[in-house]
Design a protein around this ligand. Structure first.
Ligand code: ACO
Length: 324
């Protein structure tokens, strides 16, 4: 059996920092409310002329550099994003051009905050079949472009960023289990509403600006249950017990969600890698950036049993167990 592992990671964060104190000047909120309800202190915001594909390209180059890999050797690029530059071309195709990965196939995946794991699991399937030798998996979001900056209940939550990893055959272990799940009946709890023209509209009169709308309280409960269930499914498939987990890298939507998931599973919270205080919720990119930082901070070492877990709008949830 061919084993597939994560052989390198990388990330990129835009330089502009938007703190809770900055937000106090924009909407009726306080640093105290945001910190106590979410754990977020600040987030990054991409520059006006910085697109999702720019963030994705920089994270991809970072992952290639860390792995001492050449872009020309990459066979497949999958980008997870819900904030692409435009409907087409895909962000993956733009990255392919930007980095010079001339032989790679390239496409995007839309699975909101679970996108990085949906993309990783999808990419993984091509390697044991022999179709591809490696894959570059990227999660990139310029989600601040979808935020309604007049809505204090959502604008304080999100930030921009990108993370990436390279998958390739390993001698043993690597990604030892994967789980993907969807519950479409909860789709109304979080959505981006956009007035696409519902008919032929040459004057573009019915075009509107897309904006995030969310039912936070309801989402909170579903998030905790679906993340805990995803971890249990993935661990069972990996034939590992909860006590054998060394590090959990979760999607970073709310520090209280992470605490509730840790409690529900009975895994000590100090095994969870958390960076929400610095970046907020970067949708698919949150987990990819957190994974990169956890590796760099040596929270994940050779032999570590790592659980990656996410949930997002859809609703979609996912988990992977990786023996590092
Ligand atoms: N500043 C100050 N007050 C605020 C703010 C704010 N930024 N936002 C809301 N409030 C007020 C509300 O108006 C409400 O006031 P009221 O009691 O007078 O009506 C009060 O604070 C409580 O609001 P709730 O919405 O009940 O606050 P809650 O404790 O549920 O926290 C939060 C809100 C942080 C959004 C939480 O519900 C949450 O994190 N939910 C999950 C969100 C999530 O997971 N999103 C991402 C999922 S999918 C994806 O990531 C793509």
């Amino acid at each position: 059996m061919t084993h597939v592992g994560i052989i390198s990671v990388g990330s990129y964060l835009p330089s502009k920092v938007l703190s809770n104190f900055d937000l106090e000047k924009m909407v009726d909120t306080t640093d105290e409310w945001i910190t106590s309800r979410t754990g977020i202190k600040e987030r990054r915001v991409a520059a006006k002329d910085e697109k999702t594909s720019d963030l994705a390209t920089k994270a991809a180059l970072n992952a290639l550099k860390h792995g001492k890999l050449e872009a020309s050797k990459i066979d497949l690029i999958i980008v997870a994003t819900i904030s692409p530059d435009s409907n087409f071309p895909s962000v993956a195709c733009i990255v392919q051009k930007n980095i010079g990965a001339t032989k790679a196939a390239a496409f995007d995946i839309s699975a909101a905050c679970s996108g990085f794991l949906y993309a990783m699991t999808t990419a993984k399937q091509f390697i044991p079949t022999g179709l591809y030798k490696n894959a570059l998996v990227i999660a990139a979001e310029k989600i601040t472009s979808l935020v309604d900056w007049n809505d204090r209940s959502t604008c304080v939550l999100f930030g921009d960023g990108a993370g990436a990893c390279v998958l390739a055959p390993t001698k043993s272990d690597g990604i030892i289990s994967e789980y993907m799940h969807a519950e479409g009946e909860f789709g109304h709890l979080m959505a981006v509403y956009v007035d696409y023209p519902d008919t032929f509209d040459p004057d573009n009169k019915s075009m509107g600006i897309p904006r995030i709308a969310m039912q936070g309280k309801e989402l909170f409960k579903v998030a905790v249950n679906s993340m805990a269930a995803a971890v249990e499914h993935a661990l069972k498939k990996a034939k590992l017990d909860l006590e054998e987990v060394d590090c959990v890298v979760p999607h970073q939507a709310n520090d209280r969600i992470i605490s509730a998931v840790a409690k529900k599973l009975g895994i000590p919270k100090d095994k969870f890698y958390i960076n929400i205080d610095r970046y907020g919720n970067m949708s698919a990119a949150s987990l990819a950036v957190a994974l990169c930082e956890a590796v760099e901070a040596k929270k994940i070492k050779k032999g570590s049993n790592v659980v990656l877990v996410a949930f997002g709008a859809g609703l979609v949830s996912a988990a992977n167990v990786v023996k590092w």
